[in-house]
Design a protein around this ligand. Structure first.
Ligand code: ZN
Length: 209
């Protein structure tokens, strides 16, 4: 797809996603800055047809937009390349995107941050989950902030938009695992850490066993 077409897609996605995500003002951030609109369009194209796992059939692109809004609005991040990485953070892991493509369009730093937060899908899920816990302290500061924003978004979704086939026990196990990952990310962005703690407590208390 050509770049003008991503931009058109970004305009549509940014307008429609304000309806269903929590951080509506974040879309203003994404819409106002051309480099972010470009990344939003690219991500929307790559995630086209994918849905979030939870109820409500929410298009996948809402998740990276929300993660970027969390980075910007709660984390106070103004670094455009880190915000671009937020929009693109699941493209390598969950779509047919390779590192050369990201590097060509968004540069080596954005590509490197996305690679840092991407799981190796050739590994079994329990191994990938254990690696996230082990690798968290070794990530760059940028990747740590991005991972933290991702976990805030995911913990909210697991509590309030959970996948239909997830029993309570699986939700609780997800919260425990996410808090183990976040333990290794502490020190990168105090505002995001406080938001994670608040979101985790709210999510745990929303579940009745
Ligand atoms: Zn994500």
């Amino acid at each position: 797809m050509l770049e003008p077409q991503w931009l058109e897609l970004a305009r549509f996605v940014l307008a429609s996603s304000a309806v269903t995500t929590r951080f509506a003002a974040g879309h203003a951030v994404c819409s106002d800055v051309p480099d972010l609109r470009r990344a939003a369009g690219f991500a929307a194209w790559k995630h086209k047809g994918q849905m979030r796992k939870g109820v409500g059939q929410i298009p996948y692109i809402h998740h990276p937009i929300e993660v970027t809004a969390i980075l910007s609005e709660i984390g106070g991040v103004e670094d455009i390349e880190l915000l671009q990485a937020g929009l693109l953070h699941d493209t390598i892991e969950d779509t047919e995107t390779d590192r050369d493509e990201l590097e060509t369009h968004f540069g080596s730093r954005v590509c490197a941050i996305v690679l840092e937060v991407s799981d190796d899908k050739s590994l079994e899920k329990p191994v990938r989950k254990a690696r996230q816990v082990a690798h968290a302290p070794r990530l760059s500061n940028d990747a740590q902030s991005l991972k933290l924003a991702d976990k805030i978004s995911n913990v909210f979704d697991v509590a309030f938009c959970k996948p239909v086939d997830w029993p309570v026990q699986r939700q609780l196990e997800y919260f425990d695992w996410a808090s183990r990952v976040v333990a290794g990310l502490r020190g990168c962005n105090p505002a995001l850490e406080a938001e994670f703690d608040r979101q985790l407590a709210e999510s745990r208390s929303s579940i009745t066993v």
